[in-house]
Design a protein around this ligand. Structure first.
Ligand code: GLN
Length: 261
């Protein structure tokens, strides 16, 4: 009996030691990425992803950041609208979600250096001929956006469409279906994602570079978390300098185009 007890004590001592080592003696061994995995090619789910079921350009970038920090990457998938609050309250360490670094968001979080330049585009039916520029959306069109995306701000504040004409969804991949089934005339969404979704669903992309300004995607951390931000910027600088980000963009465009066939 005594022997057994000693053994148990020894085992628990080892367990405590192991837990201590895993936690880096007080420091966590994981870095948690918050995202909304419905934004291909940046983040989406698939049967065999890069990290569990998750795949995409942002997942690849975040993996590199974690690797450079000697940490495990953990991914928390949630609604886009809740990401800023999650990082501000420390539920996640960084938001890597194709997030545009807007002045409004900069009041709540700190952003890394930008890693991708995008703009908004319109996704319409393949036979649509009456939407050729953003202004055309004002002609009584039913327009879809994703709640809290920059596209939402643009149709609401810049184009000032009538509220009754705007449909807001939680996921870009769902709202594009409504263009396909005729419920909506157009969806205003980020360029790379819009192109990927249009291709997948046999829809058409309409660009209007004059109306839609370029946007820069960046990684968000809790205000004042310069330690993590510096590490993120180091990895981004390295990945930009060696062409890795550009390479990822090409790779995932191809990957998704193949899947759309
Ligand atoms: N770039 C857009 C934004 O920041 C959309 C990002 C996203 O859906 N993941 O609002």
């Amino acid at each position: 009996m005594r022997k057994v007890l000693t053994k148990i004590a020894a085992i628990s001592a080892v367990a405590v030691l192991a837990a201590g080592a895993l936690a880096g003696c007080g420091e966590s061994n994981t870095v948690i990425m918050g995202t909304n995995a419905a934004f291909p090619p940046f983040e989406y789910t698939t049967s065999q992803g890069l990290v569990g079921e998750f795949d995409g350009i942002d997942v690849a970038i975040a993996s590199k950041i974690a690797e450079n920090m000697g940490k495990e990457l953990q991914i928390e998938d949630m609604e886009f609208d809740g990401l800023i609050a999650s990082v501000s309250t420390g539920k996640v360490d960084m938001v890597v979600a194709g997030m545009t670094a807007t002045d409004e968001r900069k009041q709540s979080v700190d952003f890394s250096e930008p890693y991708y330049v995008a703009s908004q585009i319109m996704v319409v039916a393949p036979d649509n001929t009456d939407i050729t520029k953003a202004e055309d959306l004002k002609n009584d069109k039913n327009v879809g956006v994703v709640l809290g995306y920059t596209g939402d701000t643009i149709v609401t504040e810049d184009l000032q469409l009538d509220e009754s004409k705007i449909t807001r969804a939680n996921r870009g991949i769902d709202i594009v279906q409504d263009v396909k089934n005729g419920k909506l005339d157009a969806v205003v969404i980020d360029s790379a994602t819009g192109k990927a979704l249009a291709e997948k669903n046999g829809l058409k992309v309409v660009e209007d570079a004059e109306a839609f300004e370029t946007e820069e995607y960046a990684i968000a951390v809790k205000k004042g978390n310069t330690e993590l931000l510096d590490k993120i910027n180091e990895t981004l600088a390295q990945m930009k300098a060696n062409g890795e980000i550009e390479q990822l963009a090409l790779e995932y465009d191809e990957k998704l185009a193949e899947n759309a066939q």
